[in-house]
Design a protein around this ligand. Structure first.
Ligand SMILES: NS(=O)(=O)c1ccc(B(O)O)cc1
Ligand SMILES: [Zn+2]
Length: 258
């Protein structure tokens, strides 16, 4: 099956998933000077209405770490038509701080990138129905950068990652958890473009919203992600689970700010 190794990594995915060679693939390199500031985005601010998740499920599907959301947490506005409901969030990270993010900023990689995955609940009745529709999904991309202080919101998760170290392990976070704690302070400054899932099946169904402001995490928190395993005890660590950027082609990258 697909992965991030030499024999099954991003360059091989097109064999089983021809859309990998499509015209609206993700991630991309974000070049702020090439983005068009669109006042329609500022006039219609992005609104986030997240709710606390009691007993949030955290799992290790083998190539990342993922939290599944059951409560009604929704977003709308900005580039979105209708209301999009949070389905899950997960991350991509590197084996070292010099790499790990999927989107890049003027060619620069961040140590990690957090994805909050939403589906168009106005038009579709489930994530599964929305996942392959051109207006089906909206994903928040949030860059992580290293600081000397841990990220408090992520700490509830990084402190228990050892309990989902191996593939198919899952736990419930006892303390109720509101994913709003994962967002940067300023969500009014973002870039948006039409793209895809960054892993197979690579569906071209995502309106990407990538925030300018990173969230700050500690080196110890990065080490906790890098200690997760792809399989059972003794299997390789989950690291470098990122797809490198694809050409923007003739897509328009829009900015919500000057
Ligand atoms: N990495 S991503 O946010 O583009 C993403 C989200 C969901 C799925 B999926 O449900 O298969 C795959 C990739
Ligand atoms: Zn992702």
């Amino acid at each position: 099956t697909w992965g991030y190794g030499n024999d099954n990594g991003p360059a091989t995915w097109v064999k089983s998933f021809p859309v990998a060679a499509g015209t609206r693939q993700s991630p991309i390199d974000i070049v702020p000077t090439a983005a068009k500031c669109d006042t329609k985005l500022t006039e219609n601010p992005l609104t986030v209405n997240y709710s606390p998740e009691p007993a949030m499920e955290l799992c290790n599907p083998g190539l990342s770490v993922k939290a599944n959301i059951k409560s009604k947490s929704v977003i709308k506005g900005g580039p979105l038509e209708g209301e999009y409901k949070l389905e899950q969030f997960h991350l991509h990270w590197g084996s070292a701080d010099k790499q790990g993010s999927e989107h890049t900023l003027n060619g620069k990689m961040f140590p990690a990138e957090l994805h909050l995955v939403h589906y168009n609940a106005t038009k579709y009745s489930s994530f599964g129905e929305a996942v392959d529709k051109p207006d089906g999904l909206a994903v928040f991309g949030i860059f992580l950068k290293i600081s000397d202080k841990p990220h408090q919101g992520l700490k509830s998760l990084t402190d228990v990652l050892s309990e989902v170290q191996y593939k198919d392990k899952s736990i419930n976070i006892k303390q109720e958890y509101n994913p709003v704690c994962l967002l940067p302070d300023n969500i009014n400054k973002y870039w948006t473009y039409l793209g895809s899932l960054t892993t197979p099946p690579l569906c071209e169904s995502v309106t990407w919203i990538v925030f300018e402001e990173p969230i700050e995490v500690s080196e110890d928190q990065m080490k906790a992600f890098r200690a997760l395993c792809c399989g059972e005890c003794g299997s390789a660590p989950i690291v470098d689970n990122y797809r490198p950027p694809l050409p923007l082609g003739n897509r328009q990258l829009r900015a919500s700010f000057q």
